[in-house]
Design a protein around this ligand. Sequence first.
Ligand code: UGA
Length: 484
Amino acid sequence: MNQKRIDAWNSDDLPIFEPNLFEVAKLPRDGSADREANLFFTTDVKRAIAEADVVFVSVNTPTKYAGIGAGFASDISWVELAVRTIAEVSTTDKIIVEKSTVPCRTAESIRDILAANGRPGVRFDVLSNPEFLAEGTAMNDLLHPDRILIGSLPNDDGYKAASSLVDMYAEWVPRNKIITMNLWSSELAKLAANALLAQRISSINALGAVCEAVGAEIDEVAFAVGLDRRIGPHMLKSSVGFGGSCFKKDVLNLVYLSECLHLPEVAAYWKAVVDINEWQKDRFAKRVVSTLYNTITNKRVAILGFAYKKNTGDTRESAAITIVQSLIAERAQISIYDPEVKEDQIWEDLGDSPAARKQVTICSNAYEACADAHAVVILTEWDEFKVGEYASTDVITPVSSGPPSPVSMDDGDESAKEKVFVSGITADKVHHSLRPKLNWARVAKMMQKPMFVFDGRNIVDPHKLETLGFRVQCIGNGRFGMRQ
Ligand code: UGA
């Protein structure tokens, strides 16, 4: 529907930043002497549907902002619109794959709309095939998924449709990783996976607050508990709060579903995951103010990172938005630097208010942002902000104050995530591990004294920064944090 965006997909400047995406898409899109192109970006949606045997419905399903279930339920109007278009233009049988994350039993609505609007004699089979890739590692997740989930109706037609999709994935995914099940289980499994992942982060952030109060360090606690194979080391990195377009939306979707099913205790349980996340962001912003002697009016605060995680330019639900808005309300002067987020996006996220325009400067490098700052606030874990050696892993490796740990948390699989994955693909043209690291000694020379660093991602080594004269506060760290 959006010609400008489709034009960007057909150009050398894709409309989103994702490591290796361009390298993966270019050859099938442009073809070569010995390969015909087989990937097309087009706004001619009717023709594309008419020619297809399988249609993946991959549209946005944001949280509803008005009407019944506002603030919790997912808006599936784009799914419905897509399905009505499919019904209208299809003249041959098709498999419709529900790829968007949807509320449970959406496949039933899809089947109903197709049955009521499809042409006579045209048959549709609906499958659920939720997506589990994460931004920043999407290409590797696509090529080496933990599992592919395919849900179908439990009858012969459903099994036949599912088996076609299994064959498609089996082109590159081992068959034992392709799981088939009941449609409704598949739809719920997607929500459940995101809810459980988000719950781990809220759990670790809640424990982080306890660490701050008792003098413990959350990275050490996470490291210790993660060694238990039943718990595992992933998704236990304490942070200023999870963001992204999925976690909050999907947990709230589960809350809404539970309420609709008259399960208020279940709804309250999952709602707490989102509440802790909001609390964590608020707590962090308050800490910045209280540490800077309870006022940041007209003080310069440098924000390093605006994306909701590293290796993406995506800012949806980024903790940075809430925190910068709180600092604007406190009348600070704010300089923001993020290596991938576009300037227009930051203005849009901040509401582009006169207050924002007056108080916020968007910088093209970290030094510009840090000049004359009273405090540096790290909100995204970009490698270039780290101190010391680059560690290519999302697994907890505590910046420990104790003796070095004999056990490595860096399992081979995970560390491979950020490396180059596909044979024939050269190194990512803008791989951020290749950017020069921030020279914190240079930053120290530019800042107002005393110099504060608030590390919302626990990526800097507070000991090293202290030797440069910084006063450092980390998340969930009783030694380098403040009791609230
Ligand atoms: C998430 C899931 O991880 C994917 O499996 C899922 O497919 C996707 O949502 C989706 O539903 O589309 P994504 O949001 O891209 O993927 O990224 P995550 O790596 O899960 O991170 C989400 C947020 O949690 C980020 O803000 C990240 O910084 C934060 N996070 C992550 C932590 O604070 N601590 C951690 O240990 C891990």
